[in-house]
Design a protein around this ligand. Sequence first.
Ligand code: TYM
Length: 330
Amino acid sequence: KPVLFSGMQPSSDSLQLGNYIGALSQWTQMQEDFDAFFCVVNLHAITVPQDPAELIARTRRTAAQYIAAGIDPEKSTLFVQSQVAAHAELAWVLNTITGFGEASRMTQFKDKSQKQGADAASVGLFTYPVLMAADILLYQAERVPVGEDQRQHVELTRDLATRFNSRFGDTFVVPEAQIPKGTAKIYDLQEPTAKMSKSAESEAGLIKVLDPANVTKKKIMRAVTDADGEVRFDREAKPGVANLLTIYSVLSGRTIESIEQEYSGRGYGDLKKGLVEVVEESLAPVRTRTEELLADPAELDRLLARAAERAEAVANRTLDLVYERIGLIR
Ligand code: TYM
């Protein structure tokens, strides 16, 4: 089977709906057809300040949410990045073939460092995409399912793989991003032109997978719409309503048209009430299963340790080859 790699940061107590729709739901479908590696990327998370106790808790919670959403730890390799040393080791090597200007062009770095201020932003944040390239290349992954915001990072990964191959001889598979059409970007409910993000300044527009039902309901009922009152998909003119329709459609498996028809001539209030039900139906089982898994942290840790061993065996094979190619004593 071809190899797939993807990951998420444990940067919050709960994944948000964008992670769930843009990434996780794709992963669960793809794990049947791929030799899949799903990583909790805690080394990426520390590129911005984290509280140590929270980081550990969030790492386990993120892994638990992967499983709760349908990642099968028997089929797929679900592991934690810091348990496989090769990620940091390959990242260093790749740093040495990445151009300073090339890294400076990464828009996510520009956004995040602008928010933090140039002096507060760490060098780790700057080389974040290089670590991501190391993640992917260690497993010789062909496919990388991500949301739209990660497209540029996967492009960089391709460039680095190609460059390394041509400089040192064929070593890496050049991976391809898989970005879903239409649902690759879920927007903030309060600011429907900005992507929904765990690190948003306000949580009012953020649907969290693990939030209790009444909190999610309140957020959906207060979602920003527009004044014309018509339930119609128009991303430009009606971004709020378009976002609600997208979420409704992807979680219910129905087409946008059929939802527009159902709610035509009715108000946004009705659409939102319908959406509350659809979201609850998808997320309630994930919530319940996550809590069950977290109730037995020792079992979860055992599972992660086993997966890390499997991952490490594959990663070290690639790293051995890389060291040999560049002339590093191993
Ligand atoms: P992260 O943790 O920010 O997000 C995890 C995944 O969720 C997707 N996503 C979204 N999709 C649709 N709408 C949204 N509003 C939304 N917000 C987030 C992201 O595109 C991503 O697929 N750098 C990565 C983590 C990473 C990685 C990797 C991914 C590290 N190494 C190797 C793939 C392969 C990140 O920060 O994702």
